[in-house]
Design a protein around this ligand. Structure first.
Ligand code: AMP
Length: 355
């Protein structure tokens, strides 16, 4: 068994966005330091981390120095170049391990992995050419969604197809990127489970949250989610199954579609997740502390919820309301420029459970 990193140790984090920032704050609370590796200047996490390295992911020297300066390495995003992982892994443990990245970076590998566990996913077909797309539309039908296999986030790299006649136009829109066609799931609701697994194999799950998206970006997460009897347990067991199968260490977000035919897995994110931000004000130990505990080899904390929560993202100009928010947990990311569609912060409105 790996021994827990003592307070004073340093966790390296790849990526300096809001997730890296909130991970750094949670680490600091446990007496741990963070060192951020981020190509962009002035990352949000830089304000609260002990150290920042500004360098691209192909800078071998910077990666080597970064790895040597930390005790363990984690990340806040999944598209980490393979070459960078090769270097980092040869110097310090990377948690979660790269098998989880391999699965989540490629939508086809992800769906094949999930179906190998007996889990349900939307009907899908690999699309590399326009002929593939036409054949896939013949079998899957419309409506359907064409998605890039890699690098998609917040609804980017996706085109909805309502009529097979739109095939060529949709294929063009993805500019020849390897893609996957997914049948459109007529879901009743979208939920996600935030689950964590420790180095000792212990698994804890937070209560499922119900997610509403606006313009492809998460708008609100409401906890508890409205679920039929048995679905809560099914969602939690399914998430535990995914983490155990990957021999995973850390927090993972598992996004699910609730349909009359049961739960379908949309995608998994091997990191802390926007739909888990409610835990900051709804639980004693939130997803960020949980992730830090896991990667530092500490025992996981209690994931019990003490309050109902509605988390609302502050996107773009929404953030300008900040001074008027006096009755909710306010979390701002310290981003200097407000841009349309940019995640600037979030609020958690809580309603304590009666004891
Ligand atoms: P993704 O990036 O795959 O998580 O997709 C972003 C959002 O698009 C999801 O949260 C859903 O709201 C919607 N979506 C994605 N795939 C499907 C699908 N196969 N059927 C219905 N809605 C989908």
């Amino acid at each position: 068994m790996t021994s827990p990193l003592p307070p004073g140790s340093t966790i390296g984090i790849l990526g300096g966005g809001q997730l890296g920032r909130m991970l750094s704050m949670a680490a600091a609370r446990l007496g741990l330091k963070t060192h951020i590796f981020e190509p962009g200047a002035n990352p949000p996490a830089g304000d609260v981390a002990a150290r920042v390295t500004t360098a691209p992911y192909d800078d071998t020297e910077a990666l080597t120095e970064f790895a040597a300066s930390v005790d363990v390495i984690t990340f806040e995003f999944e598209n980490i170049p393979t070459g960078a992982l090769d270097i980092l892994e040869s110097i310090r443990p990377v948690r979660p391990q790269r098998n989880a990245l391999a699965v989540s970076q490629d939508r086809i590998a992800e769906k094949e992995f999930l179906t190998s566990l007996g889990l349900k996913v939307a009907p899908f077909a690999q699309v590399d050419t326009l002929d593939d797309l036409q054949a896939a539309l013949d079998t899957i039908g419309t409506p359907a969604i064409l998605k890039t296999r890699r690098f998609g986030y917040d609804g980017k790299g996706q085109v909805r197809i309502t009529d097979p006649a739109q095939a060529a136009e949709a294929f063009e829109a993805l500019q020849g990127a390897p893609a996957v066609l997914e049948g459109f799931v007529d879901f009743q609701r979208e939920i996600s489970v935030i689950a964590a697994r420790g180095v000792d194999g212990a698994v804890v799950c937070y209560d499922p949250g119900e997610n509403i998206h606006k313009d492809g970006i998460l708008d609100t997460t409401t906890v508890p989610a409205t679920l039929a009897a048995g679905q809560h347990m099914e969602a939690v067991l399914l998430a535990g199954n995914i983490l155990n199968s990957l021999n995973y260490t850390g927090v993972m977000g598992v996004e699910l579609f609730v349909t009359p035919a049961g739960l379908l897995v949309n995608e998994v994110a091997p990191r802390v997740h926007n739909s888990g931000h409610w835990t900051q004000n709804g639980c004693v130990i939130d997803q960020f502390e949980q992730h830090i505990r896991a990667v530092a080899g500490w025992p996981l904390g209690d994931a019990a919820r003490h309050s109902d929560v509605v988390m609302t993202n502050l996107i773009g100009d929404d953030v300008l309301q900040y001074a008027g928010i006096t009755d909710a947990g306010l979390h701002l990311y310290g981003k200097a420029d407000i841009k349309a569609g940019r995640k600037m912060g979030h609020i958690n409105r809580v309603k304590p459970l009666s004891s």
